[in-house]
Design a protein around this ligand. Structure first.
Ligand code: SAM
Length: 281
């Protein structure tokens, strides 16, 4: 393993069997490990018999500690970055140091593995072809509702992380913003003993958790908005939008562009012509 290099190492989101042999190897070989919470990572290292110096790198020391990490990387060190669970930099520390390394030409490598968002999406039963990762919504009701209102017309499947104590209010706000009929997949305690996956509607999800206090970790995948059905105008409606001064041919073309059939387009052009004649007296 040649430095300098930053390795972004994914760790299990619940099941230690998901820790990859390569992740273990990289943690063993790195010069040091930067961890979101060294106590959490220490337990993982102990389970896999890894002894390695660690420094903490978490939301509130990104700047100072980031400079220190960069200093060591510039000097040729290999650093493995881990978070408490899942893939670093995805709603977890990592984005800043990766950008800093990229800016300085320090190589960044991935050691892929679990990510709660992608894991939930893959088993959701909702469309996976296009999706949008939304992370955590704001804890402030106003900001949360505004963010959901902006997403109301989003066509892609949307993925959210949520803490159990905020789940009820988030589900109610989602039902208000997206409609009670919109489908949602709730992935709870994925890969753990009490794993549960529920594909239901927002309305039913609100009712379900109104009765049962949510427990554990949740990923929410919400179906995208259905494409708006284009309303086809009647010949009468279309004729009112046509100009009596245009040639019949242009009016037929304009009516066809509004989605009318050939016959209906001719009828609309005729109606527009008659209306123009009547107006002239
Ligand atoms: N970086 C992590 C990843 O790649 O999945 C996510 C970190 S984020 C701080 C933690 C959130 O991920 C939790 O609040 C929950 O929404 C989701 N999460 C993590 N593990 C989970 C699991 N086993 N089951 C369901 N959701 C999980």
């Amino acid at each position: 393993m040649e430095g300098p290099a930053l390795y972004i190492v994914a760790t299990p989101i619940g099941n230690l069997g998901d820790f990859s042999p390569r992740a273990v190897e990289i943690l063993r070989e790195a010069d040091f490990i930067a961890a979101e919470d060294t106590r959490v990572t220490q337990k993982l290292l102990a389970k896999f018999d890894i002894a390695k110096p660690m420094v903490s790198y978490y939301a509130h020391n990104l700047r100072g500690r980031g400079e220190e990490l960069l200093g060591r990387l510039r000097a040729g060190a290999c650093c493995a970055l881990v978070s408490d669970a899942g893939t670093p930099a995805i709603s977890d520390p990592g984005e800043v140091i990766v950008a800093q390394c990229r800016a300085e030409g320090i190589p960044v490598y991935t050691v892929p593995g679990p990510c709660a968002a992608v894991s939930a999406l893959a088993i959701s039963g909702l469309p996976t072809g296009r999706f949008s990762f939304e992370g955590f919504l704001s804890a402030k009701a106003g900001e949360r509702r505004a963010a959901l209102a902006e997403l109301a017309a989003e066509r892609r499947t949307m993925i959210f992380y949520e803490a159990p104590h905020k789940l009820r209010s988030t589900l109610s706000d989602m039902a208000a913003a997206f409609g009670a009929e919109r489908r949602i997949f709730l992935g709870r305690e994925l890969t753990k003993l009490h794993e549960e996956g529920i594909l239901t509607t927002l309305g039913e999800a609100v009712a379900r958790y109104g009765e049962n206090e949510p427990r554990g970790e949740f990923v929410l995948c919400v179906e995208g908005a259905a494409p708006e059905e284009k309303k086809v105008l009647t010949a009468e409606e279309a004729s009112r939008e046509l100009s009596g001064e245009q040639s019949a041919r242009d009016n037929v073309r304009a009516a066809r562009e509004k989605g009318l059939s050939r016959n209906e387009a001719y009828r609309a052009a005729l109606l527009a012509k008659r209306a123009a004649e009547q107006a002239e007296g």
